[in-house]
Write a new protein. Structure first.
Length: 373
């Protein structure tokens, strides 16, 4: 009867979720439009930055520099004069204005060190930060190439051959789309299970469960498998039809193996959701608790920034979080095509952490049930 009770209670949870239209909309948005918008709407690399150039030299070198700026990193450069620079920057028409001084080519060939002025609109932080380095690299490369044709430069005995693995074109879309799905697995699983518990408390159905021949373990296990299954199906749909289908992002490894790791991860995160739901008395309180939980889990798991760049103490503490191991497992499978022989340590770590979280959440859930009784 215990397995039967868990199955029936889980079906009840999914029916209750289906009647909650706003939660259904949240799931659909999170695993479809949200993935697409996050990956394409805010690119991490420079994309079509507006630039203007003041060419006071009118030399072959200055024309070479002008021709080096082209899409997709920059818009075609607008040629303006010196008097229009301040007004254009004040109006926010350009993020960068490059001023090539008179006699720039002549001074360079004479062995002098002429300077080029770069004006940057720093209110556009995303473009200003990365674009500044792009502009300097382009100008330096063009000047070095021009000077090399006009001098007898000695070739270096060593050359560097760069090979970008797993993402040869360094496309930020590939990283952003997959990471958005990985993050939503954690966020939605915590929200759905916690919201399911609070919804029953607000609707008064918890009292109905207390008079039925079911145990707290059965009630909690039903919420874990039902909400976990919903997130797992949504994850498969998002990877297959949104990431691979609509956005044409290649998935190197086995989606089935990733879903196995995601199921283990959901065992831990759904338990966390129930644990938080036992403390919250309303959905607003639960929302605040979720924010306090999700932010460190997402920022310190290694998905946003490498763990190696974090303080050693933070790295050690985050080993107790399932997201740390899940991000490493997911990136290894989806980005680098890792198989079970590579990711089994992370899989075991997630299962062990999930068992601990489930035990703690079950004990707290029993106390909460007894209080309600």
């Amino acid at each position: 009867m215990r397995v039967s009770n868990i199955a029936r209670l889980g079906i009840k949870e999914m029916r209750s979720l289906w009647r909650d239209r706003m939660m259904v909309v949240l799931i659909l948005w999170a695993f479809t439009a949200s993935v697409y918008v996050a990956a394409t709407g805010i690119p991490e690399t420079l994309n079509k930055a507006p630039i203007a150039i003041v060419d006071e030299d009118q030399s072959p070198l200055s024309q070479r520099i002008v021709n080096a700026f082209y899409p997709p990193y920059f818009t075609p450069p607008a040629m303006i004069d010196q008097q229009a620079v301040d007004a254009a920057m004040d109006q926010g028409r350009y993020t960068f204005v490059l001023d090539i001084p008179p006699n720039f080519q002549r001074d360079l060939l004479a062995g002098r060190h002429p300077e080029i002025q770069l004006n940057v609109d720093a209110t556009r932080m995303g473009q200003a930060f990365s674009g500044n380095a792009y502009v300097q690299q382009i100008v330096t490369s063009e000047v070095a190439g021009f000077a090399g044709h006009n001098s007898r430069a000695t070739a270096l005995p060593v050359s560097l051959a760069v090979r970008a693995r797993f993402n040869p074109n360094l496309t930020a879309l590939w990283f952003g789309a997959v990471m958005q799905v990985i993050n939503h697995v954690t966020i939605l699983s915590i929200i759905l299970t916690g919201a399911a518990l609070i919804r029953e408390r607000e609707h008064g159905t918890v009292e109905h469960l207390l008079v039925m021949p079911v145990t707290p373990f059965e009630i909690m296990a039903a919420k874990v498998w039902s909400m976990g299954l919903v997130v797992l199906v949504a994850t498969w749909f998002s990877l297959t039809f949104v990431v691979q289908g609509a956005m044409h992002v290649p998935i190197e490894g086995s989606i089935g193996l990733f879903l196995l790791g995601a199921a283990a991860h959901l065992f831990a995160t759904t338990s966390m959701g129930i644990f938080l739901g036992t403390f919250a008395r309303s959905m607003p309180q639960f929302g605040l608790l979720v924010i306090l939980t999700i932010v460190p889990l997402e920022l310190l798991s290694g998905g946003s920034t490498p763990r190696e760049s974090m303080p050693k103490l933070v790295q050690d503490i985050m080993l107790a979080a399932p997201t740390t191991h899940f991000v490493k497992l997911a990136q290894g499978i989806l980005y680098r095509g890792a198989d079970l022989t590579v990711v089994w340590p992370q899989l075991l770590a997630i299962l062990a952490i999930g068992a601990v979280f489930f035990t703690i959440a079950l004990a707290q859930f029993r106390r909460a049930i007894n209080t309600m009784a």
